[in-house]
Design a protein around this ligand. Structure first.
Ligand SMILES: NC(=O)CC[C@H](N)C(=O)O
Length: 361
């Protein structure tokens, strides 16, 4: 069945529908990962976004029910150059078409994703619609004008507090739309984990007397979450804090910093980041559209990580207190696993290891 991708700038692309045959409206972003489409589809940080994959063949190893980052796909829509119709892998349980159909996610294939990515890179991230219908110009305009994504965290956060047993450090994890591998990374380190809904109060969180607090990744603009930022302010100074992606952005706002939107974001598995603690360059997994602004942070905070592609801030650390955060994904999934040393750093920090606590530049 024919389908059209309509961009906010008026450009259209013709392709073929797959997955749920209907319509999807969202912010069009691109991901440069060559593999990892399952993890990408199910990463809650993509809530409200239509993801286009720059790698030209998607779906070739099919879908299994292990490599998922949350129970269901969270992308609003999916764009590929070519969909593999006959997946082949020993763990493959179904094909991508059936999977997206089952979860009502609209997708389009046959799109020149290279041209589309170039448009986004030059003009910036913009909204888009994928549809099998003919929609009138005014209706399209109205849909774009009405589109909002500021309640995305509310949609994906856990509704209830839940606990995962363990004999190690007790971590209060605040779920803004958490990826499964963050939990697995803590579990692998024997942590006892209590997961809280995004809008939990500082009192509720501190009541369990955790050894440390992890602020998770999540969708949307951190500035749409002033209440959460206030809660984080109340947590600072009380417990060691580790923030990842949205958690890093919210922590930065709570510390008095500022964030802004990147032109087209960072989404992929091979972004070079320098850890200024040890001067090593790591290859990181990324998925974000917002970033902490340079020179916006108070003097007791140092920039600990820098993106080597565009020099943007990739991590911060408090000079005195056990507080640090990164913009990229130490839990990988998809992408290189070489950054999971940061979970070890968090554990050491909770054990009172001062060396992990702030760099003196
Ligand atoms: N992965 C994330 O946590 C993304 C953070 C935020 N939603 C952004 O796009 O910048």
């Amino acid at each position: 069945m024919k389908a059209t991708l309509i961009l906010e700038n008026g450009m259209t692309f013709q392709g073929k529908a797959f997955g749920h045959l209907d319509e999807a409206l969202g912010e069009v972003v691109f991901n440069t990962g060559m593999t990892g489409y399952q993890e990408i589809l199910t990463d809650p940080s993509y809530t409200g976004q239509i993801v286009t994959m720059t790698y030209p063949l998607i779906g070739n190893y099919g879908i299994n029910l292990e490599d998922i980052e949350s129970a269901t796909p969270k992308v609003k829509g999916f764009i590929v150059r070519e969909r593999a119709v006959k997946p082949n892998h020993w763990r493959c349980e179904m094909d991508i078409d059936g999977y997206l159909k089952q979860h009502h996610i609209m997708a389009i294939e046959g799109i020149d994703t290279r041209a589309l990515t170039k448009i986004i890179r030059t003009q910036g991230t913009m909204k888009g619609i994928i549809t099998i219908a003919e929609i009138r110009e005014e209706v399209i305009r109205k849909r774009f004008d009405d589109f909002q994504n500021n309640d995305a965290v509310k949609k994906v956060t856990t509704k209830e507090v839940y606990e995962i047993g363990g004999v190690g450090k007790h971590i209060a994890v605040i779920d803004y739309g958490i990826k499964g591998n963050i939990i697995r990374s803590l579990k692998n380190r024997n942590c006892r984990i209590t997961v809280f809904p995004a809008y939990s109060t500082a009192m509720e969180i501190l009541k369990i007397n955790p050894d440390g607090i992890l602020l998770s990744n999540g969708p949307g603009d951190p500035k749409d979450l002033p209440e959460i930022t206030e809660t984080i302010k109340e947590l600072l100074n009380k417990k060691p804090v580790f923030g990842i992606c949205l958690g890093h952005q919210l922590l930065s706002l709570a510390l008095g910093g500022d964030t802004e939107k990147l032109k087209f974001g960072h989404r992929g598995c091979n972004h070079p980041v320098k850890d200024l603690n040890n001067n090593r360059v790591y290859i990181t997994s990324q998925n974000h559209g917002y970033v902490v602004k340079h020179n916006s942070l108070p003097t007791d905070i140092v920039v600990s990580h820098i993106n080597l592609n565009d020099n943007s801030i990739e991590g911060i650390q408090h000079k005195e207190l056990p507080i640090f955060s990164v913009q990229f994904h130490p839990e990988a999934s998809p992408g290189p696993k070489e950054n999971d040393y940061l979970f070890d750093r968090f554990i050491k920090m909770m054990e009172g290891d001062k060396q992990c606590q702030g760099i003196t530049a």
